[in-house]
Design a protein around this ligand. Structure first.
Ligand SMILES: Cc1cc2nc3c(=O)[nH]c(=O)nc-3n(C[C@H](O)[C@H](O)[C@H](O)COP(=O)(O)OP(=O)(O)OC[C@H]3O[C@@H](n4cnc5c(N)ncnc54)[C@H](O)[C@@H]3O)c2cc1C
Length: 398
């Protein structure tokens, strides 16, 4: 435990238990209706507030508990066992939502907004992806600087999460088309009630229902100079720096889901009798269980290694590479574990309302992780670049 944390070891362990009971009880129950409405009820936000889910990750100066990275990740594992859309909302709340403003915001805006994150009086989503462009720097939204220092934003964003519960959006846009590649880009905090800011509806997703996915359209949105994040031309750095840590939180989300799938599979394998014996006694089922546990264990150790590095030095040289490794491996893990779960459950696992738990929903929910915050190829590009730059060397803090 961080010796300076605002809660004790015992309180922290009790908190983890409280969150597991919340997500596998009231949240799972609430999700049944959200699967149809695709919208969180007010009760969800109220319960999240009451259970400190907008606070636990913040530094104490903003009303938080001063937990270290490993402790924050352990809370994330617990809430990731619940519905995917809620996991997405809470994961983003704990990450880019406040971190981008804290790291890159101008003091005037920080003074106004940073104290408001602790009870979701403010929530900021993140928009880089465009329908008309590719992943990363292939961006066409423009931010044109005006003589008085303000900016005019025009363009669109696509596949954006949390559009229905956000007050501001972090937007990456082209601020100087005459520059090369990433230097063309700047990052902005855009008030969602600014004239010219529109939300464009999208169809329902395969899983993670309720997380407010939509497109955005900007038509001559005027931004005061105070809304520039970092410096002009620093847009890609703002995005990449913020995504690095967040990618490990995605990996932890996959771990939380995979761990629950393993536990459900173990119960089912013990109960299910075929040809006079529980299937758990069959060697081919044991092989599946072994493979699931192996991948979960290796993923956990990779995430804990990242957390240890981060707690020693959040700017260490391996943050980006190890974060991408965690995320890439976590996709393979949850992919394998969810497939094995479905095979162990047999036909019953393909139906809603299993008495064991939401197997069918977990299977759908986890598939968003292939794409969320960068597809596997993007992680591979990052890992290869960092690996080549460092001649394959990796440093460990144990
Ligand atoms: C549930 C969900 C939530 C999301 N939330 C957000 C959000 O809040 N904010 C946001 O900005 N975005 C969000 N996204 C978008 C997400 O980040 C992108 O879907 C993802 O990065 C992939 O980009 P794309 O969909 O444009 O795929 P494409 O760029 O069309 O890529 C398709 C495939 O081609 C590969 N590919 C593309 N270019 C290359 C290349 N140069 N080299 C090798 N392979 C390549 C990709 O890896 C991918 O496998 C969300 C997506 C989902 C599904």
């Amino acid at each position: 435990m961080n010796p300076n944390a605002k809660i004790t070891d015992e309180q922290f362990e009790a908190y983890l238990k409280q969150i597991r009971e919340l997500v596998e009880g009231p949240f799972d129950e609430m999700q049944k209706e959200i699967e149809v409405t695709n919208k969180f009820p007010e009760e969800f936000y109220e319960l999240a507030k009451k259970n400190d889910l907008y606070r636990f990750y913040l530094p104490s100066q903003y009303g938080g508990w001063d937990l270290n990275e490993l402790e924050i990740l352990r809370v994330q594992e617990e809430f990731s066992r619940g519905p995917g859309g809620m996991r997405m909302h809470l994961h983003h709340a704990a990450d880019m939502n406040w971190r981008i403003l804290d790291d890159y915001g101008q003091q005037e805006v920080k003074d106004e907004l940073m104290p408001l994150f602790q009870d979701k009086s403010v929530y900021c989503n993140f928009a880089i992806t465009e329908q008309t462009g590719g992943t990363g720097a292939d961006i066409h939204t423009t931010a044109e600087k005006q003589p008085d220092g303000s900016w005019i934003l025009n363009g669109e964003k696509w596949l954006i999460s949390h559009t229905d519960c956000s007050d501001y959006t972090y937007v990456i846009a082209v601020s100087d088309p005459t520059k090369e590649k990433d230097d063309r880009l700047s990052a902005f905090l855009v008030p969602n009630d600014a004239p010219g800011f529109e939300i464009v509806e999208m169809p329902h997703m395969m899983g993670c229902r309720g997380a407010g996915h939509a497109g955005l359209r900007f038509t001559n949105v005027k931004l005061e100079p105070k809304y520039l994040l970092g410096k002009e031309g620093q847009g890609m750095e703002v995005a990449i720096h913020s995504l690095s840590v967040s990618r490990v939180h995605i990996a932890m989300s996959n771990l939380g889901m995979a761990q629950r799938m393993l536990e459900l599979s173990l119960k089912r394998a013990n109960d299910r009798i075929t040809f006079g014996k529980p299937i758990a006694t069959r060697q081919m089922i044991k092989a599946k269980i072994a493979d699931m546990q192996m991948m979960i264990h290796v993923l956990r150790t990779a995430i804990y290694d990242f957390a240890r590095d981060y707690d020693i030095d959040p700017k260490n040289d391996y943050i980006t590479e190890k974060a991408a490794i965690c995320k890439l491996f976590s996709i393979d893990t949850v992919k394998r574990v969810s497939d094995e779960m479905l095979e162990i459950f047999g036909g019953d696992g393909y139906f809603e309302d299993s008495p064991y738990g939401p197997t069918e929903r977990l299977y759908r929910d986890c598939r968003a992780m292939w794409l969320e915050e960068g597809a596997p190829n993007v992680q591979r590009i990052t890992i290869a670049r960092e690996c080549q730059n460092k001649d394959g060397k990796v440093v460990y803090n144990f």
